[in-house]
Design a protein around this ligand. Structure first.
Ligand code: UD1
Ligand code: CA
Length: 462
């Protein structure tokens, strides 16, 4: 059985963040999100996360993400080895299993790499297999020390390394496979006799080698996967790499991104072929977009489903469904489980909230449709407002098929407009309107002729 321990106890001082480091975001998801995802994809059946600094934030997040993940608290935080020691019960439970241990601040590590390292680990009957990479920037890394024949000796942390060791450009990824029983043994021997007075997990390598156990390093081809982030600049670097990787994968799949500037697409987003994504567009969450759409510029979509042949120009779409052939924008907001059915047109400065808008209905400008059930082929005049909130409670409006809502209409919810009813412009509708009726709900116009000459309501010129 495969299982995993994720290290997430550190504060991440250099991030200068309010949250623990692993909660700092890459493409709008905390770094630990990607680590958990990779570990699960790699087949880990039991996962333990070590928490420490502001542990309640990480615990709360994990509970929502996957309630089967257990946590172990590390307080105070005395190093990566000390962190793993807190998972004593978990390790004892998995003495006969292979345990993956990895840093929670390395979101680019993927299931493929983890599994290749696992195969290498099993094929060589290793007690410990670490993942390493050849890197350009050796600052702050754990240097992999080998003898003249390339046989692994130990890991030297940058702060403990002499000038010669600092030149070693093979870096420890912070991702290891251990045999459970051997891990348990090695941890019992780790001390804090080093430059940082910390219990280093990395010392387990030398401990196991000295015991005559098999140890190996799986060297990755693409050194990007081992990158972590200790500060905001590195976090930006991770965003750039992940963004590029996701955009490239989408383009290979037929998505047209003529200019990737400002295009940030999350890892779980699906987009169909021939859809065009224009600059400054952010698409995240569990969003699915069909074929032949034009999305953007300046569009934000979170957790929504978009059909085929849809145009979203300068829109914000949250937790909603946009069906085939819908045309939205510019400057449109659709939110809170709204559904725009086939062929709907929503134009500039229109907001739709918690509403269903039926097939072919149109709201071209300056309108608020909130808590409403709108039929098909409804025409909203400019400036229609559903008055859905009385200061205490929300209520719904129901608008029948083919209804015509004149400009500047207020619909005071709860209210129903019948099929094919017409509402005169400027009406404030408080009562239900029967099908095919015309409703006029406004003061009658009065013209007072000559009023200005009589009243002289202006300052007279001298
Ligand atoms: C660690 C490795 C280093 C490797 C590097 C790769 C050690 C001693 N060094 O160094 O060889 O090259 O990762 O990124 O392991 N954490 C805890 N509790 C603690 C300390 C850390 O949970 O007491 C967690 C952190 O939240 C983080 C992870 O462990 O997710 C790594 O800690 P960090 O301090 O960033 O280790 P590095 O110095 O980068
Ligand atoms: Ca680190």
């Amino acid at each position: 059985m495969k299982c995993a321990i994720i290290l997430a106890g550190g504060k991440g001082t250099r991030m200068k963040a309010e949250c623990p480091k692993v909660m700092c975001e890459v493409l709008f998801e905390p770094m630990i999100y990607y680590v958990v995802k990779a570990v699960k994809e790699a087949g880990a059946e039991d996962i333990c996360v070590i928490t420490g600094y502001k542990h309640e934030i990480v615990e709360g997040y994990l509970k929502d993400l996957d309630a089967t993940i257990c946590t172990a608290l590390q307080e105070p935080q005395l190093g990566t080895g000390h962190a793993v020691m807190q998972a004593g019960e978990f390790i004892a439970r998995h003495r006969d299993d292979e345990i993956l241990i990895l840093n929670g601040d390395g979101p680019l590590m993927d299931a493929e790499t983890i599994n290749k390292a696992y195969d290498y680990h099993k094929n060589n009957d290793n007690s410990i297999t670490l993942i390493s990479a050849i890197v350009d920037d050796t600052n702050g890394i754990g240097h992999i020390k080998r003898d003249e024949n390339g046989v692994l000796l130990r890991i030297v942390e940058h702060k403990d390394a002499n000038d010669e060791e600092k030149k070693i450009n093979e870096s420890n990824a912070g991702c290891y496979w251990f045999n459970g029983a051997d891990l348990e043994y090695a941890l019992s021997k780790v001390t804090n006799n080093n430059a940082q007075n910390e219990y280093y997990l990395t010392d387990t390598l030398e401990i196991l080698i000295n015991e005559g156990k098999n140890a190996g390093a799986y060297v990755v081809e693409n050194s990007e996967v081992i990158l972590g982030a200790n500060d905001r600049k590195q976090l930006n670097g991770l965003n750039t790499i992940m963004r590029k990787n996701i955009n490239t994968k989408l383009m290979v799949g037929g998505v047209d991104i003529p200019c990737t500037d400002g295009v940030m697409i999350g890892m779980d987003v699906e987009i169909g072929a021939n859809t065009q994504i224009l600059p400054n567009t952010i698409i995240i969450g569990k969003t699915k977009i069909g074929d032949n759409c034009t999305i953007g510029p300046n569009t934000y979509i979170d957790n929504s489903t978009v059909g085929n042949d849809v145009i979203l120009d300068n829109c914000k779409i949250l937790d909603s469904t946009i069906e085939d052939g819908v045309d939205c924008g510019p400057f449109v907001k659709v939110r809170a489980n709204s559904v725009l059915k086939k062929g709907v047109h929503i134009g500039n400065f229109v907001e739709v909230k918690n509403s269903v808008v039926g097939e072919g209905s149109k709201s071209a400008h300056l309108t608020y449709i909130g808590d409403s059930d709108v039929g098909s082929d409804v025409n909203f005049g400019c400036g229609t407002v559903t008055c859905n909130y009385d200061g205490k409670n929300k209520a719904r409006c129901k608008i029948g098929n083919g209804a015509f809502i004149g400009c500047n209409t207020n619909l005071i919810a709860p209210v129903e407009v019948g099929d094919m009813a017409y509402i005169a412009a400027g009406s404030t509708i408080t009562d239900n309107i029967p099908a095919k009726a015309l409703s006029v709900a406004r003061a009658k116009q009065v013209n007072k002729e000559g009023w200005v000459d009589v009243k002289k309501p202006y300052k007279e010129k001298k």
